[in-house]
Design a protein around this ligand. Structure first.
Ligand code: FES
Ligand SMILES: [Fe+2]
Length: 402
């Protein structure tokens, strides 16, 4: 593993356990290239909810680093993903982010593909040109109880364990029958790992997120935490929820499979959901009969994190754009039968995580600036940064895996 200027195996071996990553993991172009190969392109990334594409011909485009995939519902009603790369000379085929179509026409020389990925027209090609050999290349695609995932590898990690173990918690919220009430994309000018590291720790919550910190208890420790959890657990069953804890996250993933996790954490007294004043912002989800004052965390692999309140779900997806830029996509899910304006108001629904993400963006960019300094040296993680620590160890493990 010899990059141009760097021996990556040596660098991985020299990484001190329990400490932040060496500067070169954030700034070295060879390491970024290796990350794309071994971490980003090899793993599943959340691409939204199936309800976004209800009809044959409905499509959306997902961009990750230099890759672009078209996710489209085919003429047989099946969802599929294709590389958004023309089989003629490689132009992007679809330039719109989402829409409905009967065919995709390459903007360069007009080759046409149907919604099942077949090449159907190519002007002035020789008589013996066989169109059937030039369909759009398939991209790995799968659905976990209503959530769409894409992986830019032909041999992606297995999803069987995640589907099986998350079936119960996901059925409580009835993930299959949710819809996207809002979607926002936040460009973050920083190395992508800093964004995901930030999402995974709440050491910064008290200082950076006054709105979040007044309702969420992740930063509360010791006995007080136990008391708050206890109150929620007492209410849980009557509210239609159950105590479930799953931790097959990152380094604890089943062999050859995507990691995943589930847990539920109490909110402060008086907060029923993650809203401005803690009052409901949408109808209760799935099997939930009342508010237990908790919020559930779901983890799907290394890039996708969900926070499920009793009345809505917030899905976070972090993806690299280039070594110095990444993007955070957030989907807010509500019951499929909820009506905008009557049952929920988008501004109220997105309020908490919109302002929280904006303030995260500021601290991530400050972090990025400091990490590039000649004075940066990796410091030790606190006890509140365990998830980030595990994720970092997983990254190093994946980078070392040929
Ligand atoms: S590159 Fe698409 S038609 Fe030529
Ligand atoms: Fe944050």
């Amino acid at each position: 593993m010899q990059g141009q200027n760097i021996d990556i195996s040596k660098l991985i071996a020299s990484q001190k356990p329990g400490y932040a990553l060496d500067q070169r993991f954030y700034t070295d172009p060879d390491i970024y290239a290796l990350e794309i190969e071994r971490v980003v392109a090899r793993n599943w990334i959340l691409a939204g909810h199936v309800s976004e594409l209800p009809e044959p011909g409905d499509f959306k485009v997902m961009n990750v680093a230099k890759e672009s995939a078209i996710i489209v519902r085919g003429s047989d009603g099946q969802l599929r993903a294709f590389a958004n790369v023309c089989r003629h000379r490689g132009s992007l085929v679809c330039l719109e982010n989402r829409g409905h179509t009967r065919k995709f026409t390459c903007p360069y020389h007009g080759w046409m593909y149907d919604i099942d990925g077949n090449l159907t027209a190519a002007r002035s090609m020789p008589d013996d040109f066989d169109k059937s050999g030039y369909g759009l290349n398939p991209v790995s695609f799968d659905v976990i109880h209503g959530l769409m995932f894409v992986c830019f590898s032909d041999s992606p990690p297995g999803l069987a364990s995640a589907k099986r173990d998350l079936a119960e918690p996901m059925s409580i919220f009835d993930f299959e029958n949710l819809k996207v009430a809002a979607h926002r994309s936040y460009p973050i000018p920083a190395n992508w790992k800093l964004s995901i590291e930030n999402y995974q720790e709440c050491y910064h919550c008290v200082t950076a997120h006054p709105e979040y910190a007044r309702m969420h208890t992740l930063m509360v420790e010791g006995r007080k935490r136990g008391r708050l959890q206890g109150h929620m657990l007492e209410k849980m069953e009557a509210c239609g929820l159950r105590k479930i804890e799953i931790d097959r996250i990152d380094t604890r993933a089943p062999e050859g499979e995507m990691g995943y996790g589930y847990s539920r954490t109490a909110m402060f007294e008086g907060y029923l959901t993650g809203s401005r004043d803690g009052s409901p912002v949408a109808p209760l989800l799935g099997k939930i009969k009342d508010y237990d004052g908790g919020a559930s965390d779901f983890v799907f692999g290394a890039f996708s994190f969900l926070l499920a309140y009793s009345d809505h779900v917030v899905c976070y997806v972090f993806t690299p754009v280039d070594p110095q830029n990444c993007r955070c996509d957030i989907y807010w899910l509500v019951r499929a039968d909820a009506k905008e304006g009557t049952d929920y108001d988008v501004e109220e629904l997105i309020w908490l995580w919109d302002i929280t993400t904006e303030s995260d963006k500021t601290i991530i960019v400050n972090n990025w600036k400091g990490v590039q300094s000649r004075y940066y040296k990796p410091g030790p993680f606190s006890a509140m940064e365990n998830a980030e620590r595990t994720w970092t160890e997983w990254i190093l493990k994946e980078l070392a895996r040929p």
